[in-house]
Design a protein around this ligand. Structure first.
Ligand code: NAD
Length: 354
């Protein structure tokens, strides 16, 4: 198969690309604008493979998309390109509307034009897989409910509202134009190559530098965590096996309070890296409560029973095994983190874009 992965230089996209190159015989074309969140160094392990290609394209650029898609002739498009950080969506919503809404619309139009050129058999086998978030469902605060595929949309932040919009567009292009689409909505991911502004890598890296560990509000917000490689495996399964028009929720039944996540990171670091920065007795002493994020959702939790039953997918990592792997990865890959912090990951792109 030939698979286009948009956003393939990002956290989850790069895990999907590594999975496809390492575990299948498929060809991959990564389409990525390389915003601050795109890092080609996350693809170093696979970038020399003959089945891997990369094009620096903004998904809002229709002409560039048309050319790349027609040239590559994909069987599947996995759409992960997005602005993804909630705090940034509060500071600057415009980029989220631009990429997540207009970009998804532009990609759908380009894909539809390509799909219409295919013969009947290829049309029937083609899939457009839109990767989305459980945040479109809003907040489960004060209930024991879980998000199912039928939960009504009720997004809270500019990020989740823009992702909800993109989900609606994808369903409309299926219903109105017959484009064979599938949507997945996943809970919070964690694991290797996660950009250091997100909760888990931020806490690991701050702790190692003896910096404060900033916890929003009282730290009681609940997230349902999934190891990124489990997500990548689920996405490939859905892209290749799910029925057209389906939606799948993906999650690990791993509800954790933010403060418990931070405490676990501190405990793992005490064990795996006891050599603390000068003047620090316990990593937990670095925990600092800061003003809560506006509109902060209190609880997310996924009912993933549909993908378990229909496609036989289950996460392989527990939160404990996944977190241990993650902390070890950040300890072993300080260079990757350093190059993000000092900006050299972006400056080096000129040399590695093929
Ligand atoms: P990320 O921010 O790490 O990566 C996004 C990638 O998209 C980057 O490589 C960036 O350069 C690229 N990109 C941004 N704007 C673009 C544009 N206009 N054109 C082309 N490329 C562009 O995000 P992530 O955490 O890997 O998330 C990937 C997808 O999964 C997103 O759609 C997100 O909504 C969804 N998702 C993420 C999580 C999570 O916990 N991270 C959970 C559920 C769903």
């Amino acid at each position: 198969m030939k698979v286009i992965v948009t956003g393939g230089a990002g956290f989850i996209g790069s895990a999907v690309v590594r999975y496809i190159i390492e575990q299948t015989n498929d060809d991959v074309l990564v389409i990525d604008k390389l915003t601050y969140a795109g890092n080609l160094e996350s693809l170093d392990n696979v970038s020399e493979d003959k089945r891997y290609r990369f094009k620096q394209i903004d998904i809002c650029d229709r002409n560039a998309l048309d050319t790349a898609i027609l040239e590559f002739c994909p069987d599947v498009i996995m759409h992960l390109a997005a602005e993804s950080h909630v705090d940034r969506s509060i500071d600057n919503p415009a980029a989220f509307i631009e990429t997540n809404v207009i970009g998804t619309y532009t990609l759908l139009e380009s894909t539809l034009a390509y799909w219409r050129t295919l013969d009947e058999n290829k049309q029937a086998n083609f899939r457009f897989h839109h990767i989305s978030t459980d945040e479109v469902y809003g907040d489960l605060h004060g209930t024991n409910d879980l998000f199912t595929e039928k939960t009504p949309y009720s997004p809270s932040s500019p990020y989740s509202a823009s992702k909800a919009s993109s989900d609606h567009l994808v369903r409309a292009w299926n219903r109105t134009f017959g484009l064979p689409t599938i949507i997945t909505n996943c809970s919070n991911n964690y694991g290797p190559y996660h950009f250091p502004e997100k909760l888990i890598p931020l806490m690991i890296l701050n702790a190692l530098e003896g910096k404060p560990l900033p916890v929003y509000g009282n730290g009681q917000q609940i997230r349902d965590w999934l190891y990124v490689e489990d997500h990548a495996r689920a996405l490939y399964l859905v892209a290749t096996k799910a029925k057209i028009g389906e939606t799948y929720n993906i999650g690990g039944h791993n509800e954790q309070k933010n403060i418990d996540v931070v405490n676990l990171i501190c405990d793992l670091l005490e064990e795996l890296f006891p050599n603390k920065p000068q003047g620090i007795n316990h990593y937990k002493d670095l925990i600092t409560y800061v003003t809560d994020r506006p509109g902060h959702d209190q609880r997310y939790a996924i009912d993933a029973s549909k993908i378990y039953q229909d496609l036989g997918w289950k996460p392989q990592e527990t939160f404990e095994t996944g977190m241990r792997k993650t902390v070890l990865w950040y300890l072993k890959n300080k260079d990757w983190c350093e190059r993000i912090k000092d900006g050299s990951y972006a400056r080096s792109r000129q040399g590695i874009i093929k």
